[in-house]
Design a protein around this ligand. Structure first.
Ligand SMILES: [Ca+2]
Ligand SMILES: [Ca+2]
Length: 318
């Protein structure tokens, strides 16, 4: 953003106050805060609107002038404008069960601890971008819904029999590879295995699939946060991806053998049975030093996937 860019920012201020106000932005809480005479103005008093137009400090513009769209879950802060916009089953029987994720992105931790004192930072969260709802599943409550990979007892598809893949896109936008982690997959409740591949904008093929241990479990939101760095998929910095695929994993109950990984830690590139590297590959583990997944733990539950940087438009020819 250039300093000369002109942008309108709408601020609210209390009816009773003169507009001699200080505007601050907290990087910690991602909140814009108005102060008058050194005291914070409660949001409940913010009823009038003050409109600034013209040149605004670049540091403020960098916030996209929409602090309300920034959320933090499982240690990752994201702008919900960068959430994926479409989800489709592209491999396997198309029906996957969906469930309510009633705790996901509903309340902030501080609000849960003291609801009378704290504001709920998630009141403006867009649950319609949760994975199952993007797949057209209805929600009576208006909350997020997750879709689950095959589990024992399902009629179809079945674990260790059907390969199931979900493709996610930002439609006409893509996600650039920048320094560090680029996107995060939120998987509900106990951690269950899944593989991830990406497609570079303009490419026909997806990369090899990778499996990763969960980074953290967020008890407030009942999700595992699993961050992925596009460099691990072989992309260069500045490369843009146009799609992500999530695929189920097989264990040793599968007829052809378990999916393995290339790293002795138990995560990394997935090495499928039949691959010449399969003999040297390693068991896929639930966590570092952990065990392999049992069949009831192959039904990963996807609620939300979001880019950690701003998505960019991609040409239809890419
Ligand atoms: Ca990266
Ligand atoms: Ca799970």
């Amino acid at each position: 953003m250039k300093k000369s860019d002109s942008r309108e920012i709408v601020l609210d201020w209390p009816r009773t106050e003169k507009p001699e106000l200080t505007l601050t932005f907290s990087l910690e809480s991602s909140e814009l805060e108005l102060q008058s005479g050194g005291s914070k103005i409660p949001r409940s008093l913010m009823t009038k609107r003050l409109i600034f137009t013209g040149t605004i400090a670049a540091s403020l513009l960098a916030l996209n002038a929409s602090a309300a769209d920034l959320f933090k879950i499982g240690g990752y802060q994201f702008d919900q404008a960068n959430s994926i916009q479409s989800a489709t089953v592209v491999e396997g029987p198309p029906f996957l069960p969906d469930f309510s994720s009633s705790r996901f992105a509903r309340y902030s931790e501080s609000y849960v601890l003291s609801p009378d004192k704290m504001k709920n930072e998630f009141h403006s969260f867009d649950h319609s971008k949760s994975i199952a709802r993007l797949m057209g599943r209805r929600s009576k409550s208006g909350l997020s819904r997750h879709v689950s990979f095959p589990a024992p007892g399902d009629v179809s598809p079945l674990p260790n029999i059907h390969r199931v893949t979900i493709e996610l896109t930002w439609q006409d936008h893509g996600l650039p590879n920048k320094a560090g982690v680029d996107f995060v997959v939120y998987e509900v409740a106990s951690y269950e295995a899944f593989a991830v591949a990406v497609r570079k904008a303009g490419a026909d093929e997806f990369t090899a699939y990778r499996y990763k241990f969960a980074d953290t479990f967020d008890t407030t939101h009942n999700v595992n946060a699993v961050g992925f760095d596009l460099s691990d998929f072989g992309l260069k910095e500045g490369d843009v991806i146009s799609a992500i695929r999530l695929r189920n994993v097989f264990n040793s109950d599968a007829r052809g053998g378990a999916d393995k990984v290339d790293n002795a830690r138990g995560e990394g590139e997935i090495i499928y049975p039949g691959n010449p590297r399969y003999k040297e590959a390693h068991p896929l583990l639930a966590k570092a030093g952990g065990k392999t997944f049992n069949t009831p733990d192959l039904n990963a539950d996807f609620v939300y996937v979001v880019g950690l940087h701003d998505v960019v438009p991609i040409n239809s020819t890419q």
